[in-house]
Design a protein around this ligand. Structure first.
Ligand code: SF4
Length: 553
């Protein structure tokens, strides 16, 4: 029987698997069912009792059956139904081990609730009473019996009521008290329970439940006129000069970045959308143009973001944290880079004073406009100091004079702008992965194609992800002022060779691992951006105080 329907109140039925999640952790239920966060990889539900792959051809056993009962408000797919002595029995297969109870093997609470729910569905669909359900644990070869008695029925009724209550709530439940559950939870990288616990107890050293590296690589298409097409499950890039094709399996990618005028076919775009691979278009100077990416999270999350960022006090609090994070990073970088060279430090003092003075004023009275002014005066000091970090061997043509953006008028600004364009795409991906709406920020005002929240979050990463890399590469004489740039009277941008070098440096930096100074574990810069986007979302979901705490050492 398979009826997809709603109950008398118009609620869609609860999935039995959602009750399994509820019995495991109320927050897990909420993240999956209300916020619709599902981890789309092989680890789905891994770490919990894993769903059995069914042979299901044992005698008398009927393989997977989908059942729905509108009155009960439940729907689910039972692993198997067996007829024993004239009665029907729901069977659940689990790859893991059973629970060791005082009186012998027991079903885990989540498995127990699941099999009770299937028993109720079988009863309502067949009209026959089900007296027992069974859970088969394959790892220790044990079958546990679950009596379907009055206590079991009451347990199911209470779970359904709790699930409905949670589904109607806008409050995300707190993290599980039992920390061991989190270690095996597939949603730990989204939930970030250890970071939440650390915020409550700063002396705590969180376990790293967040993945250290990114899942896929970025494919950059820089050749003008290149065509990005599809062949089966691969992306195929062909260049107009008939050169060798580049082929990449879609599963190995997390993004495609098209620089300049590459052509993406509809078939390739469909493949990217199906696999959640973002496509970003950048201008020849690296300026961000637009993205085709999976939309921001479901309504609940967006509503919370709108509500929070419509509140001036929340925006001001977040803007202060962001400005502090950004200016402290600038200040620390200048201090660090001038350490051990007293002449340089002395020359830099006026720049450092500007940064310190901006830092000292952040918490004083003032609105976001005041903060933007402080950020501006800090930037004057920072870029002046940054120019001093270029060593004596750097040619005049690569030196910094003044900041120019659209268009960049010298090589240094061309490099700076190109890297920031790449950073913008990386931050956009992280924001979408966290289910945030990029158009609604708290510090930057909306303008052109740039999404304010992306610009906000970028502020934390300009120094560590691009400025430091850029200064290092210039001081190592990695740039050819002639071959790596295209120069006209009006503007300067990177040539093909310059773009390839910049992309190589940027991607290598994203993959570089560092020890996060607050959470204390190591992860790549790419994952650090995603972590920060997820921590930002917690600012308005009942766990504030975690955002913008990362600092350069
Ligand atoms: S990580 Fe822990 S608190 Fe978060 S949903 Fe999973 S079990 Fe619950």
């Amino acid at each position: 029987m398979n009826m997809s329907t709603t109950n008398s109140r118009g609620d869609p039925p609860l999935r039995v698997m959602s009750l399994h999640a509820l019995a495991y952790c109320r927050r897990l239920f909420y993240l999956e069912e209300v916020e619709e966060i599902r981890v789309a990889d092989n680890r789905v539900y891994a770490g919990r009792e894993l769903h059995a792959s069914l042979a299901a051809d044992e005698e008398g056993e009927r393989a997977q059956l989908e059942l729905t009962d509108p009155a009960l408000g439940l729907t689910g797919k039972v692993d198997a139904i067996r007829r024993l002595d004239g009665s029907l029995l729901p069977y659940e297969h689990k790859r893991g081990r059973c629970r060791k109870g005082e009186a012998g093997p027991e079903a885990w609470p989540s498995d127990r609730l699941q099999v009770i729910a299937y028993a109720a569905l079988i009863e309502s669909c067949t009209g026959q009473t089900v007296a027992e359900g069974r859970v088969r644990y394959h790892a220790d070869n044990k079958t546990v019996r679950v009596p379907i008695d009055a206590a079991a029925r009451a347990e199911l009724a209470s779970a359904i009521a709790e699930a409905r209550g949670l589904r109607a709530s806008t409050e995300r439940p707190p993290v599980a008290e039992n920390e061991r559950l989190c270690v095996r939870c597939s949603l730990a990288p989204v939930c970030l329970p250890e970071e939440v616990r650390q915020a409550e107890d700063p002396s705590r050293e969180p376990l790293r439940l967040f993945p250290p590296d990114r899942d896929g690589a970025s494919l950059h298409v820089v050749v003008p006129g290149a065509t990005i097409g599809r062949s089966g499950e691969e992306i195929v890039v062909r260049t107009p000069d008939g050169g060798p094709e580049t082929r990449r399996a879609i599963r190995e990618l997390d993004a495609i970045l098209i620089h300049g005028h590459g052509q993406l076919t509809t078939q390739a775009l469909h493949l990217c959308v199906d696999h959640g691979v973002a496509v970003h278009w950048l201008g020849p100077t690296g300026r961000y143009i637009t993205s085709a990416a999976t939309a921001a999270g479901p309504v609940q999350r967006r509503v919370r973001q709108y509500r929070a960022l419509a509140d001036e006090a929340t925006c001001l609090r977040l803007a202060r944290a962001l400005a502090r994070g950004k200016i402290e990073a600038q200040h620390r970088y200048l201090l660090r880079a001038s350490r051990g060279t007293p002449e340089l430090r002395e020359a830099m003092l006026p720049d450092l004073v500007l940064l310190r003075s901006a830092l000292a004023s952040i918490d004083k009275d003032g609105d976001r406009e005041t903060l933007r002014g402080l950020e501006g005066s800090a930037a004057v000091g920072y870029f002046s100091g940054l120019a001093r970090l270029l060593g004596p061997s750097v040619p005049e043509s690569l030196r910094y004079t003044t900041r120019s953006r659209r268009p960049p008028v010298d090589r240094f600004n061309a490099l700076l702008g190109f890297g920031y364009g790449l950073l913008q795409t990386a931050v956009m991906r992280a924001i979408l992965a966290a289910g945030l709406e990029p158009s609604l920020g708290f510090f930057h005002t909306p303008r052109s194609a740039a999404h304010p929240l992306v610009l906000d979050l970028m502020e934390l990463f300009r120094v560590p992800i691009w400025d430091m890399v850029l200064i290092g590469s210039i001081n190592r004489n990695q740039w050819d002022p002639t071959a790596d740039f295209a120069v006209t009277k009006a503007k300067v941008w990177l040539s093909d060779s310059g773009r390839k070098k910049a992309i190589g440096l940027f991607e290598a930096r994203l993959d570089e691992t560092w020890k996060h100074p607050v959470v204390g574990y190591s992860l790549s810069y790419s994952r650090t951006i995603e972590l920060e986007a997820r921590l930002l979302e917690k600012e308005w979901t009942g766990e504030p105080g975690l955002f913008a705490r990362l600092r350069l050492r």
